[in-house]
Design a protein around this ligand. Sequence first.
Ligand code: ARG
Length: 460
Amino acid sequence: MKKKLWGGRFTEQTKASVESFTESISFDWRLYKFDIEGSIAHATMLAQRKIITEKEKKEIIKGLEIILAEMNAGTFKFKKNLEDIHMNIESALIERIGEPAKKLHTARSRNDQVALDLRLWVREQILITSNYLTLVQQGLVKKGKEYFGAIMPGFTHMQHAQPILLSHYLLAYVEMFERDEKRLADCAKRLNESPLGACALAGTTLPTDPMITAKLLNFGSICQNSIDAVSDRDFCMEYVFALSLISMHLSRLCEEWIIWCNDEFSFIDISDAYCTGSSIMPQKKNPDVLELIRGKCGRVYSHLTTLLTLFKGLPLSYNRDMQEDKVAVFDAAETVHSMLNIFAELIANTRFNSERMKLACENGFSDATALAEYLVKLDVPFRKAHEIVGNIVRECVRLNRKIKDLDLETLKRHSHLITKDVFQVIGVENCVMNYKSSGSSAPRLVKNRLAHWERKLSKG
Ligand code: ARG
């Protein structure tokens, strides 16, 4: 009987059904690079602390580098009966270099090993996610510049509210994605502690120095409690929460664009190459990419729920349940990256119909607030001004006219304070030109903000 690396106390062979139920190599192979990086650091520390010899260390590292090369080349044969990535690599090392390999797992457990691998993996993924976010932000800013000056209806309750610049709308999402990026950076700060050295849960009686491995692996410090080090996966949850917010922001944006490309709106036109057709209705051109981004958002949330639920009743310290964390965090990252990637492409292939937007904006009395503020400047209390303009709108509805098409006399009937300069206030272009407050849709401010983002995003 071929013994497992942990098989000393066992008298029976593991059932094949148990092996296939408990294996994780089918998904945790993704950790191989970090597992090897961690092992090299660990062996280096063991040698520095004279727990193994320099010669043994060199052989271990050489063996690990060969395995790494095979894995990179795709020629390494992963074995299910070896459970996971850690056992696959350790067994392969023993096969290749023999005795010294058996010393690698000194003062280490798979518990601190997997906690380390996962931290290293999340740390790298955070950079990848950030890069994709930047790509989407750059796409939005580019469109903002291209369509600078285009006016669209701003909505509240899905009803026309006030006119805004299309660029201002696009930059709203750039701000959201920027906060997402900061959330990721914040998560990276907190995961910056090395768990290696915690061993199974209690540490070790051997003279190790976890600071050595922490430095070699570019961690700022080490986990201060060995039980905590092997038990928590809060860094995964934070990461997947950040991914969930990114998905939510993207999904909202997609929802809007799905509405915008239907015939009633026709605010945008997405290139054929980024749409799909119907198997029965020949006329159809559907925004499936946008819909799938919206759909996949639910999948990302489900991973956050999985992680939170997985840990809510787990006694300290390591429990095998924790192996399931990787299924969730791997898929969450892959899914969000694919969403961001396709969306960045889609933005570049989307045309905004500024004429339609402007036309839509003319309807719905979205200049009413500007008129009320005009009255406020003439010292009418805001509540009174609100009522006066409400009456004007009611009259417009009755006459089927826009506010700007009323003559001065009609307006004066509502307030004698109104003079002909009111025509520099009403009408959607005037509204946009007259915004003043910081963060508003004022063209000058939006232009500055576009320049700000362009500068910031090009620095990377
Ligand atoms: N494959 C395991 C995981 O992903 C590795 C740790 C196993 N540790 C143990 N003591 N069984 O969590």
